[in-house]
Design a protein around this ligand. Sequence first.
Ligand code: SF4
Ligand code: SF4
Length: 387
Amino acid sequence: MAQVSQNIKEFIKAEASRLGFDLVGFTDPSPPASFTVYQNWLAQGLHGEMTYLSRPDAVARRADPRLILPGVKSIIVAAMRYPRPEDAPQAAAQPSGKIAAYAWGEDYHNIIPSRLSELVVSLQQNHGLSFEWKIYTDSGPVLERDLAQRAGLGWIGKNTCLIHPRMGSYFLLGELFITLAIEPDPPFSLDLCGTCQRCIQACPTRCILPNRTLDARRCISYLTIENKGGIPIELRPALDQWVFGCDICQQVCPWNIRFASPQHDPAFSARDNTARPVLTQEICLSSAQFKQKFKQSSIQRAKRRGYLRNIAVALGNLGDEKNLPELADCLKKESEPLARAHAAWAIGQIGNQQAWIVLQDALLSETNPQVIEEIRLALSRFPADTG
Ligand code: SF4
Ligand code: SF4
């Protein structure tokens, strides 16, 4: 199979850099080494409600990238940095929640594919090449980190993130499947986690498993984003103030502490209060305000009801009576039962007499069985002589 010249490979690297990518590597489309681990992970149901992951066609494509694009000969893997969590702008007011750093700015599903498309156009225009191509960024059945490791970009850490030895792990990946044969880069063959266990010890829900997978059902990222139902009561305290995703297992990683730099693509910079939103304002967001505020943001993925559910949990974890008026309003007026149910729990966490009265009042008018159950459960935790 004839490979394109080294010049073209160098051109792709230079163009990727011009388009804002910090890393780029090349691999072939052979089956990924970690597929068996992935298959076992699915078999154990550790993917929770993300049933799209276990669809037979999706599983087959993850097993063999050649099914994704007939005739594919190479996969270009590119990475773009986002801000470090410690560089979050101060919240405009208290109490504030925490959003995972990758989601502060524009949705990466918009940014990365459009930059990779520019790369394709540039390659076609500058070299007159004709080829088929397909782009992915966390948007289809691709074992991205496996491909990135094989393309030499880093190793998969115990926290399941791809880690680059001089850049850490605060970056997003995109893949360009292409029918041109390009010489692959050598895979990254070291495991630089060594005996470190920091991420495993720091994870508040203990969901990092020994084989570099997660029990997604307990991970805060899953619970606050992919999970469409209630957050299990026993896990709510672990969410602390995280309202969309979680950065903890990356923040404690020595490779981020030593090497992650504040440089990142401007598209991912925090916009007004997106990094540390004011919880008592967010719990009151109307549908129109939510749509407007998160128009171009990954946060849309949680949908308004999921986001409000997370905000209520964060307020409950504060347990501060100052936040009772906003929570009481949510319980009384909010149309989404999921948000009302979590507001009831949060009010119970405040635990004073006023909170008890609010819950008793709500019980008189509430009609949704799940919300009624949450109210009753919250009331059952008050001391017998309350009221
Ligand atoms: Fe644990 Fe948070 Fe990392 Fe999930 S994102 S594995 S909850 S530390
Ligand atoms: Fe590996 Fe330690 Fe980083 Fe976890 S914290 S990914 S064990 S280096």
